[in-house]
Design a protein. Structure first.
Length: 102
């Protein structure tokens, strides 16, 4: 029977905690015994803060993704040149063997 492991990246774990914190803070604001004006003010401030933090998190994710893409491109280029060299060496060896037989 196959056993599949599910792994969560650090980014998804951090995002989960961030979203959980936002939901918890939002609920706390809504159930706190304050006037409507105070609650609305706090919700507005909270939403602005959350928007800034989310924007910052998104920028970090974009930077990490760009870095990963660049590393991937470099790896592919390196491997491509190694494979190309191996193919050329194989062709040369084939031609030498072909000439020996003739």
């Amino acid at each position: 029977m196959l056993h599949e492991e599910k792994r969560f990246g650090a980014g998804s774990v951090i995002l989960s905690f961030f979203i959980g914190g936002l939901i918890g803070a939002g609920i706390a604001l809504l159930v706190a015994p304050k006037s409507g004006a105070e609650t609305r003010k706090q919700i507005k401030e909270f939403a602005e803060d959350a928007k800034e933090k989310a924007g910052s998190y998104i920028e970090k994710v974009k930077e990490k993704a760009s870095a990963a893409v660049e590393k991937g491109k470099e790896f592919i280029e390196k491997e491509k040149s190694i494979i190309k060299s191996a193919v050329e060496a194989g062709k040369e060896a084939y031609e030498r063997e072909k000439e020996k037989e003739a």
